[in-house]
Design a protein around this ligand. Structure first.
Ligand code: SF4
Length: 480
């Protein structure tokens, strides 16, 4: 009762002729679900600000009171007074998203599901929602709202257009839990990726056409969120340097705002030293680079032919020589990988002093070319989406057994999370941004060790027995 009065008081709107009148706001709850122990939603010291939901919140008209809830740091109140619930879902947390949706729907609250997994498997998501949103919200949400208000929500909304990034509203960062605020700000400058890596869902979700925000709009947005020199900025872009001419302009703006920034790119950036120099001058401290594999045949097979694996060490040195650290991502389980790959990759990471390495198991996310290929080859044996967190093996690899891949991944992960490995890489490496990477490694270590413990306790689904499964790991990492 008290809460209801509170809300009414807040919704007393002053009309142009200064009369006060009560206008009931519609309440929307946007939820980012979490499942304990899942790699992408683990409890960490720094819960990641959810840019997607803040952008979505900005698209609602002023007659809506929007709340954003990240389950990583807040619990869902299933009794909350709310008119509409929107839930976004990555594949690995979709089970939890469906649970939340079912609970609200039991009370008669309308629920919409959107985001990566519902966009890829809308029919499955519809079982748990009144409506499923496929694709990007920009350019479509106004239609959803009109239908919601007239009580005529459609089962599916499919946005066939890739939205123009021009004139995007400012994300509603003010709606984020206060626990986000002391750390880093997140901004989006481009969307999509022109490459077509077989395992990656970015070209399907964000498009193969590389879209750019106008530089002046980024400049304006930074003016509203960067208040002092040296603030941390994280770029949510899939590939910030895919258009190098644009990147030069962007870095000039970052320099003017005196930020320290981190973002995703490809190793190709190392072939343009002028761009690297500009990145460093603009405050770049760390680049997240998908190395994926050290085997050329793997990269060729998954359409990442633009990387020459023989050059990798030199390219790493070039980036580090510009005082930029590397967050390097590697994947195990490609067709060319046998049990020797784990030790080879760990050695590469240690020898080249990769500042913040991350290892993953190859995962056939629904909708990706990899998923369809492995389906045709009848290799996928586990369809529990909670296992699609890039830590569990859900398909039969070609040159090792399922168990060898799972154990090899856990071994490699544990190795690079060990304090000895972290300190060796950071102390023998170029030591740029030492404390930043020291802290990042130990934060990541906490999350990764939780995943390892969880997998060790689990009863994993067993694939059908094949010849390979009886191989005895003679070439494996354990024997080297
Ligand atoms: S893996 Fe990276 S380079 Fe490849 S398609 Fe995805 S975002 Fe682009």
């Amino acid at each position: 009762m008290e809460q209801a009065e509170d809300r009414n008081e807040r919704s007393l709107l002053r009309t142009p002729n200064s009369e006060l009148r009560t206008k009931k706001l519609k309440r929307v709850l946007l939820i980012f679900p979490r499942e304990r122990g899942i790699k992408f939603s683990n409890d960490t010291l720094y819960p990641f600000p959810i840019l997607g939901l803040t952008l979505l919140a900005a698209l609602f008209p002023k007659t809506y009171e929007v709340k954003i809830l990240n389950e990583v740091i807040e619990e869902v109140d299933f009794d909350a007074e709310v008119d509409l619930v929107g839930i976004t879902g990555l594949t690995c947390v979709i089970k939890r998203a469906y649970e939340i949706a079912d609970r609200f729907r039991e009370r008669g609250v309308k629920v919409m599901l959107g985001g990566v997994h519902p966009s890829l498997l809308p029919e499955e998501a519809k079982e748990h929602a009144d409506s499923v949103f496929i694709g990007e919200a920009e350019g479509m949400l106004h239609k959803v709202i009109a239908d919601f208000e007239s009580g005529d929500l459609k089962p599916f909304y499919k946005n066939r257009e890739w939205s123009d990034l021009k004139g995007m509203p400012l994300p509603r960062r003010d709606l984020l839990n206060k626990r986000y605020r002391p750390f880093f700000k997140v901004i989006e400058t481009t969307r999509g990726c022109p490459n077509r890596c077989e395992f990656c869902s970015v070209p399907i979700i964000n498009g193969k056409r590389y879209r750019l925000r106008p530089l002046e709009e980024i400049d304006q947005e930074l003016s509203t969120i960067i208040h002092k020199k040296g603030e941390y900025l994280f770029l949510s872009d899939d590939n910030v340097t895919a258009r190098q001419d644009y990147a030069f302009g962007l870095f000039e703006i970052f320099k003017r705002h005196s930020v320290k920034w981190m973002g995703f790119t490809t190793i190709q950036i190392a072939t343009n030293e002028k761009l690297l120099e500009k990145a460093r001058e603009s405050g770049c401290i760390s680049l997240f680079i998908g190395f994926e594999s050290l085997l050329q045949e793997n990269l060729d097979n998954v359409s990442k032919r633009f990387v020459d694996t023989k050059e990798l060490s030199n390219l790493v040195k070039t980036i580090q020589s510009h005082r930029i650290g590397i967050q390097g991502a590697f994947i195990f389980g490609f067709d060319g990988d046998d049990p020797t790959i784990f030790k080879k990759t760990v050695e590469f990471v240690q020898k080249n002093n990769i500042d913040l390495p991350t290892f993953s198991v190859l995962t056939p996310f629904p909708g990706t070319p990899l998923f369809y290929r492995l389906e045709r080859e009848e290799s996928i044996f586990d369809r529990n989406w909670s296992h699609y967190d890039m830590s569990h093996v859900v398909f039969k690899p070609k040159k090792m057994t399922v168990q060898e891949l799972q154990e090899g991944y856990l071994w490699a992960q544990k190795y690079i999370c060990a304090p000895r490995s972290i300190l060796k890489r950071l102390l023998w490496g170029p030591k740029h941004h030492f404390f930043h990477f020291l802290m990042s490694n130990f934060v990541l270590r906490g999350a990764q060790m939780a995943v390892i413990r969880r997998i060790r306790k689990e009863e994993m689904p067993k694939p059908p027995i094949t010849k390979l499964q009886s191989s005895n790991n003679q070439q494996g990492y354990k024997d080297q």
